[in-house]
Every structure is written in structure tokens, then in C-alpha cells.
Design a protein around this ligand. Structure first.
Ligand code: FAD
Length: 422
């Protein structure tokens, strides 16, 4: 397709971004009979949605996200019955070393139960029964049998196939440069291949959402954190549960290997936005300093060159960088690999096949923004998933589609309003 006008003149909703959030929303909208066009500047799921660990979890979520996670568990099961997304409910264990971890887990569970979460606390002996191969003396665990995994390489593509079958138009290699307004309301989007008339736009642009919104005068406090992971070649460590061992994480893949990382394999690279947003992010940086390392890197100069305001009649920053593809944080993933091998000696026989990085879109309270942006009637945002948007993606799509259709979403989205940041 050269000019989008050849096939698309006017639609009910335009979605900016073809990650799991945008694609899931497109699917739900198309099923509701809305004429929907999604534009992706690279290829579907080329950024976070294909680079994540694949966890689909309720465990340890911020409490307002628990109802979304429970809804998502049901939606993943239904999806898997229709298309291959690699979903398995194989259980998730957050392992404990000592009293402090046990208390934290017990507190989370007590609160999360009031939101409907189903999980249990395991003692030392029960952990040993579930993990007979471990060489470490875990003191207990928080366990959810109903949590699971899906395959990032399959999931968004699978949902995209359903969305296309339902009538959604998904266009790759086509950036949305911005929106146009008439009498204050949205009248069109401008893509690199022409203009499409619409009155509703969902920004689901992941790590790019701040730049997109900022160009239209909307302040979305979002930074990027570089996450990393590795995968092994197919190998049987007699471990099918997914595990968070604090200094490593590990989950079985559908291809027979394992995806391995740790929460501390995260780098917050200083960029000009880090200084602009310092008042909002300084507390979370300090609170999470054992997990996220702050670094000055080449990224500062790269982002310095990106204009914060730009016109829509010429090449935009979204076309200049089709795919964010950072190197993995080698020290972080190597440490995780070493700790996994110490904890489960069977992994000493495994071979690493690949490691990779991905930029995570983070907000100051590590919760997403989902909802309408009242400053521009017709504009909606679903972004800032802060490292946990894959698992809840199908439920987020359902909720955002309901909002865009003018219906009440199945989960209360009030806690996720942009206005909470003042
Ligand atoms: C290493 C790593 C591990 C993670 N592990 C997990 C996990 O185990 N479980 C979990 O739930 N989550 C995890 N996450 C987070 C999860 O991957 C994200 O929260 C989720 O994929 C976000 O989806 P998205 O659609 O919002 O964003 P993305 O997948 O980033 O998609 C946004 C898309 O928008 C496109 N785009 C941007 N601007 C424009 C424009 N102007 N025009 C057109 N297209 C545009 C981009 O190219 C991109 O493809 C992890 C993330 C990483 C990086």
C-alpha cells in the first residue's frame, strides 16, 4: 500500500502502535463492529511485546491491577482455544529467603485476596517437594497455580490474525506522525503515507507514547528502562514451573528452552527527560536502587537530538527509528545465569542460544495510564505498563475497546487515570 487513502479514507478508531495493547484493542473493537485501523511504524510486536519474559501473572501485582490480571487469565485461555499464543497455566513461584520475604508475601496476599487473587504461601517442605532439584535452601514461597506463561513470539501475531479476521486493518511500516483537530476535536491522523479521517485515536505507542503525546501538548511522565533476558537451547532441567528466585527468574519456553533473567537486569539510562522528570521519578529511583541501575550512556546524546515538537508534513522521529533494539545489559543477565546454575545445578549442562534487550515504558508509580485524555476530546492513552503489560494485554484491549465504544469497561480504570500525576 503506498498511500493509505487508496484503501482507507475514514474509520471509527485509529490505533497508534502494534504491540500487544494496540492489537488486542483492535481485535475487541473490530468484534464490536467498529471500523478500526492500526498503524505500526515497524512490524507488529517489534518492540516490548516480542522481547518480554512471557509471564502472565497475578502474583505480586499492584493491587488495582489484580482484577485486570484475573480477567486476563480467562482471556488467555479463550485465546489459546482459538489461535496458538503459547499460553500454559503452569504456575508461578516467588521464592523466599528469610522472614522479611515471608512477611512481604503474606501482606501482599492478604490484600490481594480482597481483590479476588488466588494464591497460597508455601512452607520450606512444600517448596522442596515442588523443586526437588534445587541446591538452595529456600525458606518458603508465594505460589499461584493459576498464573502462567504465553509466548511473546506468537501472542501478538496470533491476536493480530483474529483482529484481521474480525475486520480490523493492521498496517505495518507506517508511522503515525500526529493528529489533526477541528474545533478542538480530533478530525484525522497524519501517517507517513497520508491522512486518515477519524474522531477517536488510541495511543498505544509503548516507549514512544510520551513523545507522541508531548507533541500535542499532553504531559505524560514516562521514561524508559532497559530490560534484558537470555534464552537457552532446548533442554530439560525438570522444571516446568516459572520461578522468581530474587536474583534470577526462569520459565520454560514452548520451544523446549528456558527464558532467564532477573529484575536487577534493568538499566535506567540518563537522558534529557530524566532531568525534566526528576521530581516525579527521584523517589522510585531511590526506592528501587537495588533493582534498577542508573547509568549515563550514548542514549543521552541520541535522545538529545530528538525534537520534542515536530510538524506532521515531513519525516517524524517515529520514522527515523523504526525499532528500538538495545543491547542486553550483559552483567545483569550473566549474574542471573550464574545464580540460576548455582540454584539448579542441572542448568550447568544447558547452552545459551541468545540474549536481548528491550526498552520498557515506565511511569513514576509503575502503573499504566489507561483512559481518555480530556484535554483533547477523542484522544485515549494506554501506555506506561512499566514491565508488566504483556500478561494483562488481552484484558487491557477489552477494557480500552469498551471505553472507545462508549461503554463501561469490565474493570474499573479510574486508578489508571493520567490525572493522578497532577
Ligand atoms: C525484557 C522485558 C521483559 C518483560 N517481561 C514481561 C513479563 O514477563 N510479563 C509482562 O506482563 N510484561 C513484561 N514486559 C513488559 C511488556 O512487554 C510490555 O508491558 C508490553 O509488551 C507493552 O505492550 P505495548 O503494546 O504497550 O508496547 P510495545 O510492545 O512496545 O508496542 C508499542 C508499539 O508502538 C509502535 N509505535 C510507537 N510510536 C508509533 C507511531 N508514532 N506510529 C506507529 N507505531 C508506533 C512501536 O514501534 C511499538 O511496536 C517485559 C518487557 C521487557 C522489555
Amino acid at each position: 500500500m503506498n498511500n493509505v487513502k487508496d484503501t482507507l479514507d475514514s474509520v471509527d478508531v485509529v490505533i497508534v502502535g502494534g504491540g500487544i495493547i494496540g492489537v488486542s484493542t483492535a481485535w475487541w473493537l473490530a468484534r464490536a463492529g467498529m471500523r478500526t485501523a492500526l498503524f505500526e511504524k515497524g512490524t507488529l510486536a517489534c518492540e516490548q511485546s516480542s522481547r518480554n519474559w512471557g509471564w502472565v501473572r497475578t502474583l505480586s501485582r499492584d493491587l488495582p491491577e489484580v482484577p485486570l490480571a484475573l480477567l486476563a487469565n480467562r482471556r488467555w485461555q479463550e485465546l489459546q482455544q482459538q489461535v496458538e499464543v503459547g499460553y500454559r497455566q503452569n504456575g508461578l513461584l516467588y521464592l523466599q529467603e528469610g522472614e522479611r520475604d515471608a512477611l512481604d508475601h503474606a501482606r501482599w496476599l492478604e490484600n490481594a485476596r480482597t481483590y479476588g487473587a488466588r494464591a497460597e504461601l508455601l512452607g520450606q517442605r512444600e517448596v522442596r517437594k515442588r523443586l526437588p532439584e534445587t541446591a538452595r535452601a529456600w525458606t518458603g514461597a508465594l505460589y499461584s497455580a493459576s498464573d502462567g506463561v504465553a509466548e511473546p513470539q506468537l501472542a501478538t501475531a496470533g491476536i493480530a490474525a483474529l483482529a484481521r479476521d474480525a475486520g480490523a486493518m493492521l498496517v505495518e511500516n507506517c508511522a503515525v506522525r500526529g493528529i489533526e483537530r477541528s474545533a478542538g476535536e480530533i478530525s484525522a491522523v497524519v501517517t507517513e503515507r497520508g491522512r486518515v479521517r477519524t474522531q477517536a485515536v488510541l495511543v498505544a505507542a509503548g516507549a514512544w507514547s510520551r513523545l507522541f503525546c508531548g507533541n500535542h501538548g499532553i504531559e505524560f511522565p514516562q521514561l524508559k528502562v532497559r530490560g534484558s533476558a537470555l534464552r537457552t537451547e532446548p533442554f530439560d532441567a525438570k522444571l516446568s514451573l516459572s520461578i522468581n528466585g530474587k536474583d534470577f527468574t526462569c520459565r520454560k519456553r514452548a520451544d523446549g528452552g528456558y527464558t532467564v533473567s532477573q529484575f536487577s537486569a534493568s538499566l535506567a539510562e540518563l537522558v534529557p527527560d530524566s532531568f525534566r522528570l526528576m521530581p516525579k521519578f527521584i523517589r522510585p529511583w531511590i526506592a528501587n536502587r537495588s533493582i534498577v541501575r542508573v547509568r549515563l550512556s550514548q542514549r543521552f546524546a541520541d535522545e538529545w537530538k530528538i525534537p520534542r515538537r515536530f510538524p506532521t508534513d515531513r519525516e517524524s522521529p517515529f520514522e527515523r527509528c523504526r525499532v528500538l533494539d538495545p543491547l542486553p545489559y550483559a552483567k545483569g543477565v550473566n549474574q542471573a545465569w550464574a545464580r540460576l546454575q548455582e540454584s539448579f545445578p542441572a542448568f550447568r549442562a544447558a547452552r545459551i542460544a541468545q540474549s536481548w534487550g528491550g526498552y520498557i515504558d515506565v511511569t513514576p508509580d509503575a502503573m499504566p495510564v489507561m483512559g481518555a485524555l480530556p484535554a483533547i476530546p477523542g484522544l485515549f492513552l494506554a501506555s506506561g505498563f512499566s514491565g508488566h503489560g504483556f500478561g494483562i494485554g488481552p484484558a487491557v484491549g477489552e477494557c480500552m475497546a469498551a471505553l472507545l465504544c462508549g461503554r463501561r469497561p469490565p474493570v474499573d480504570l479510574m486508578p489508571f487515570s493520567l490525572s493522578r500525576f497532577g
